[in-house]
Structures are given as C-alpha cells and as structure tokens.
Design a protein. Sequence first.
Length: 251
Amino acid sequence: MTKIVATGRGGVGKTSFTALLCRYFKEKSPPVLVIDADPDQNLAEMVGLDSKKIKTVSDVLFDIKVGNIEEKLKSSLLAEKIDYLINQNVLYESNNFDFLSLGVKWTEGCYCQPNNILKGIVERLGKNYKLVLIDTPAGLEHLNRRIMSSVDEIFAIIDPSKKAFDNVKRTYKIISEIGIKFDKFYIIGNYRFPDSLLGSVEEQTGFKCLGKLDFDSEVEKFNLEGKSSFELKEDSSLFKSVKQIMKKAGY
C-alpha cells in the first residue's frame, strides 16, 4: 500500500490535485482508495460523486449517538456498530476507485473521535488497496490529530506568497515533531506560481520541487457547475501538468 497526501494552505488547489491524481491512477494501479479528510467536503463532486448522497464518518457517529440505527445494531459494541456502518453506508465502492469522507462534525466538541476512527479505518481498509490518496484540510492543526501515523509521499502545494513558504516549513516541522513517518516530501507550485520562481523553491524550502500545475479555464467552469474533473479532456493543460509531475515523482 502506498499512501499519498496532498497538503497546503486553503485555496491552493489540494482538492483539484487529489481528484486528478484519482483520475491518473484509476487506470494504472487499481484498486485506489480516496479519502476526503477535509470537513469542507469538496472532493466527492470532483471525482464524479453526488456529495448529497455520500454518507460520512461523522454522519455515522451522529446516527449512533441519537440512536438512528438499525434495531439489530443497538445492542452491539460501539466498535462493532462503527465498523458495520462504515462498511455498509460510508465506503463508496466502484470499479475505478473507492471513496471515504470524514464529513462535518454534527455535535459539540472536537474532531477527536471521528479523526481517531478515520485513523483506524485508514489502517484497516488501506491494506486492501495498492494506493491511498488523502486530501487534507487547510491549515496545520489537523496534523496534530495524526489521522495518518505514516505516509509514503507528501505533496505540498504552494502559491506565490511568503505565507505559502512558511506553511511548508511549519508543516515539515510539525510532521517531524509529532512523529508522522514519511518517505518523500515534494513541493508543487499552483497555477498562479510564476515559472521564473520555480528554480528558487528548492533553495528556499530544502525540498524537491516537481514543477507547477498549469492553468485551465475549463477547471474554473467545472468547479462552478459542480462537474467532475474526470470530464476534463485528456489534453487538458492541467491534467497534462499533473501527469508530468507524477512522472517526475517516479510514477
């Protein structure tokens, strides 16, 4: 199992990148598990799913809390209820990829419980897949929840700002301090990142830069209409740049 994580500040393009990775890998190394760990829940539509029909980990926890579950489950242990409902209602399965979403927290308190459950799910379910793609929330606080205790590759997406470079350094610092194991840490410029600055990224961050995501006007249109990234043309400049980036990463 190979675990790939997309991280970065809000709005840099993590979700679009993850969706296009799903499209890139679906024919190369099935089966693929795609995990939306961002409570904002934008990834489903980008991979062609109806987000309104997607049951999430948080939905299941809320249903259990209020007793909105099958009568036969009510006498079961909490772990048994969760495992059953996750496999029956939350894990979306298809021929090309499987999908799992953390979702929005519906009760008071922190995200500790859904995150801990998702962590366990990633470890258990991940063994059944050759590849796991994880789209993370914006910001850094989620790293402390350690949804993943180990990953293979981290793709940090940046825009042309000092905040983005600072975010990369803080991300690496937190990951190292809390003990998340990883193999490779890559930098990718988003479509607004100027070509002229790409050469300085490795010098400023200390990490390998794989290039940048190209602009594609169709993507903005698709995002506005809620269309899947899978509908982008094969010769889309953005998709072609994703394929070139993954080639540099060794895929």
